[in-house]
Design a protein. Structure first.
Length: 172
């Protein structure tokens, strides 16, 4: 693993000089030799080695996270990268990953939708209150704030029309 990460980090840092505009990292779990269970760590490591390259996730499997924490992490990455972060949001690659951690497949989409509501609020408001099916909290202070205002550009991965419509409705 360490040698692979070192090789890729050197390769990715060279993308800037090669004229690339940006680099996105995906999130995958429980696969042999998967090098991307935490794409946000890859964004942070690559941001430290580059100056102009846009960096993002394509995408974080949102239902696996506490959405308020993910929003804070996005803001932190945006600060650490000097405003070069692009946010990628994903509902998940399929039921296998959810079953592996004891999540019900039928919760995948509702968790994703509710988490997106929280992330949208947390990226644009310094305090967030939310009462929903999966998360409940009052007056959370969300810090740090994103460097890019009102929010870093957001992308959404998807395999069908419903996800494309959801992305358009949310301005992704």
């Amino acid at each position: 693993g360490a040698a692979d990460f070192a090789w890729y980090l050197e390769l990715w840092a060279g993308f800037e000089d090669a004229g690339f505009e940006g680099l996105f990292f995906s999130e995958h779990h429980f696969a042999f030799r998967s090098l991307s269970p935490s794409p946000n760590l890859l964004v942070a490591a690559t941001a430290a080695r580059t100056r102009r390259l846009r960096l993002g996730t394509m995408g974080n499997v949102v239902p696996f996270y506490e959405p308020w924490r993910l929003a804070e992490e996005y803001a932190m990455l945006d600060q650490l990268s000097g405003g070069r972060l692009e946010i990628g949001l994903a509902s998940g690659v399929g039921p296998r990953e959810f079953r592996a951690v004891g999540m019900k497949e039928e919760e995948m989409r509702p968790r994703f939708a509710e988490a997106l509501d929280i992330i949208d609020k947390a990226l644009t408001q310094p305090r967030v209150t939310h009462h929903g099916r999966f998360w409940n909290f009052d007056d959370l202070v969300i810090a740090p704030r994103p460097l890019q205002q009102p929010t870093p550009r957001r992308w959404m991965t998807g395999l069908g029309l419903p996800t494309a419509e959801l992305a358009a409705q949310r301005g992704c």
